[in-house]
Design a protein around this ligand. Sequence first.
Ligand code: NOJ
Length: 585
Amino acid sequence: TMLPSSAVGVCHVLVLVLCLSAAEDFDWAKNDRGSFYYGTFPAGFSWGAGGSAYQTEGAWDTDGKGLSIWDVFSHKKGKVQQNDTGDSSCEGYYKVKDDVSLMKELKLNHYRFSISWPRLIPTGIKSDHVNEKGIQYYDHLIDHLLENKITPIVTLYHWDLPQVLQEKYGGWQNISMVNHFNEFANLCFERFGNRVKYWITFNNPWSVAVEGYETGEHAPGLKLRGTGAYKAAHHMIKAHAKVWHTYDTQWRAKQKGLIGISLSGDWGEPVDISNQKDIEAAERYVQFYLGWFATPIFHGDYPQVMKDFIGRKSAQQGLGTSRLPAFSPQEKSYMKGTCDFLGIGHFTTRYITQKNNPSGRSSSYFTDRDLAELVDPRWPDPGSEWLYSVPWGFRRLLNFVKTQYGNPMIYVTENGVSEKMLCTELCDDWRIHYYKDYINEMLKAIRDGVNVKGYTAWSLLDKFEWDEGYSERFGLYYVDFRNKNKPRYPKASVQFYKRIISSNGFPNQREVENWRRKAVETCSSSNQLLAAEEQRSSAANILRLIHDPLTSHMEMVTEIVVPTVCTLSILLSAIFLMFLLRRRN
Ligand code: NOJ
C-alpha cells in the first residue's frame, strides 16, 4: 500500500510542478525592444472604438432614467474639475445616427458602449420598475449599428450604479449587489441578447474598488482605507461569476454569444531587471492590479502574493483576520473559468522597485504592496498626468497575460491617449504616434503568440473624463462642448487610424509615413474651420451678454443680409456682362 500512495504523491508533485511552470514562464529578464515591425494583422482582426454611458450619453434625467452614483457625485461641489457634470456631455442619447456615421467613416468593425443600469431600472431593483423608454434607446442604438455592419460589444457596468442601491445598501460594500446586478444582466440578455453577442460584465473593476471605495476620487467617494477596495472587489468578482453562469446556463445555447470582463492594467517593469527584489516588486504591482481580478476568474482564487502580503500586514496590525476577504472552496470552483474572453484596458507603464512600508496603524491598498512607482522623465506625457507613452509595456503586459492565464482570447477594450489643451487642436500628431507605436507592439505580441482578436481605440469622442471633467480629451473626434449642439470634428488621428484599419496593419515605412503626413496636412484646414467657428460663437456669446436684440440683429446682418446682397450682385453683373457681349456681336 505504500507504493501506490507514494506514486500518487509523486504524481501530485509532478502536476503541481507542471502547473507552476506553465503559469510562471513569463520572462522578466528579457525585454526585447526591437524596432518598428511592418506587417499585417491576422485576417478577421476586429477594429473598433469605444465609449461609455455616463461619459457620453447626457440625458441624465430624461425619459424616466433614475439617478446613478455619478449623477449625484458630479452634482456635489468640489468633486470634479470645474464642477463639470455628465448632464448633457456629448448628447449621445440624441445623436445615434450621427455617431454611427462617424464609425462608418472610420470603417469600424465594432463599437464598444455601455448600458446605463438606472436608465433601464431606475432604482436598480428590477421588481420595482423596468423603464421601457430606456430599453428603446439601446434597441435603437444596437439596430442602427447592426444595419451598418458594426458589431456591438456591450458593457453592463461602466461605473454608473443606481443611486438607490448606494443609499439603501452601501453599493459594492454589500453582498446584495450580486443579485441585483444579476437581475439587471439577465434583463439585458433577455431584451438585447438576440442581437448582442459580446458581453462585458464589468469595466475596470480596479478603478471602482480603489478610486470609489479607497481614495474616494470617484463615485461614491468613500475613503475606507485598507478594507473598502478589497471588499468592493470581492463582491464584483462574485457578481461577475454569477452573471457568467446565468448566461452560460440560460442563454448561451440559444444566443451563442460570449461573455467576458474588461480589466485594466498598467504594466510594471522592474527598475533593474537583474535585481530579484525589483522583479518581485514589479510582479506584485501587476498581481495587485490585473491579477487581483484575473487570477480568481481564471484560477479560482486571489494571487498568492496578495494573500501573503495583506494577510501578514493585517496580522501585524493585530487584526484577527486578513483584510483581504477569502473565498470558500465552493466559491472557488464556481468562479474558476468564468471568462470566454478577456478584455484588456491598457494605457501606460511604471518602473517599479522594492520599498518596505512599515505597517503602522494606517493601512491601505497602496502600502500593502511594498513598492515604489517611478517614471522615466524621457517618456512623453502628452495629456493626463498619469499617462506616459511607453509602447513596449503593452507587449510585455499581453505576454504576461498569455503566460499567466493559459493564453486566453483577448480583446483590447481600451487603449488611447488624451490631450490637456483647452484650446482647439485637431492636429494631434502625438496621438498618431501613440496609436502607431502601441498598435505595433500589439502586432508584435500577436507574433509572440498572444491571442488578441480585436482592438478598441479609446475613445470615439471627447467626453466626460470622470473626476477630470472635460479637461482631458481622449477622442478621435473633437467635441465642441461650448456649443449647445455638441458638434463633432475629426482630429488628424481619425485619418491615420482609418488607414491602419483599411490596410489591417502597417504595409511599409513609406506608406505609413505618408499616412501621417497627409493626416496632419488635411487636419490643418479643419482646424481653421473649427477655430473660426469657435471665434464666431464666442464673439456671438459676448455680444449676447451685452445685448440680446443686438446679437440677433448682427446675426441677421452676417447670416442673411450679407450673403443675399453678394449673391444678387454677382447675378446682376453676370446678366449685365451677357447683355454687353450680345450688343457687341
Ligand atoms: C479607463 C476607464 O474605463 C475609462 O472610462 C476612462 O475614460 C479611461 N480609463 C481613461 O482614463
